[in-house]
Design a binder for this molecule. Sequence first.
Ligand code: KMH
Ligand code: ZN
Length: 309
Amino acid sequence: MQKTIITCAVTGAIHTPTMSDALPYRPEDIAQQAIDAAKAGAAILHLHARNPEDGRPSVDPAHFAEFLPIIKAETDAVINITTGGSVTMGIEERLAPAAAASPEMCSMNMGSLNFATHPLADRYDKFKFDWEEAHLRASEGAIFRNTFADMRLVAETMGGNPHNAKFEHECYEVGHLYNLAFCMKKDMFKAPLFLQFVMGILGGIAAEIDNLVFMKRTADRLFGDNYQWSVIGAGGQQMKMAAVAAQMGGHVRVGLEDSLFIERGKLATSNAQQVEKVKGILIEQGNQIASPDEARTMLGLKGAGHVGF
Ligand code: KMH
Ligand code: ZN
């Protein structure tokens, strides 16, 4: 069986500083947690930026530029930059950080959906920063917009020259696999594809094993041998879905973007703690962990020498 790639999504745009003191938002903290996650075994670092003052999600390329060179200097991990930004942002602004940094990989959200985090707001009486509650509640009425035109813009901007980035195709439900199959017919992407089955977001498919098998079987029918796949089990399902995916030949994603917890009811102290935990589970069950260079070969990446930071 091929080796398992661990992706760590370090901070994201879903969670807010009130929810965990471990959630990094200052550039030095994002850099340090990313470096520690890579040292713990993450081959790919999926990165968002935040406003250093108050932790608000940011797509300002200057905020990314504060941590990208530090991470590059300290690790050989693959850097994967979000084009998802945050649910209410427009596609042009979401593209700016990846277009500025020209990373080896960037995310690519494969369809529109409700991406609801408003139930999280009800769990807290007080928030550290004034933007947090409104941000969470706004998701009740928002659509995470990823039209075919949006996807084409991301593909055209990042897929060909000069960036030649590989995409992490975020698929939140089975229909998104069919969107990708349509895009493949239009020659928008090059194989091997890297699919990320995102499970457990309110608005997308639930993190259940039956659903994972359904996603995998559908992807097999649509893409044959020409793809690699990974899974996100959002929230409490993170470790379980990772363990099952790795047994099925898939790769795994962990990190505080997707879950703040290390076990039921216990907050993780860092991204590296989640990477260590999933690595232990994978090794126990007989998986081997892919190095960054092994991930580069499996995914057909351009190499760390060709990034723009
Ligand atoms: N936040 C995850 C559920 C992106 O950055 O493009 C999906 C994600 C989207 O990582
Ligand atoms: Zn993300």
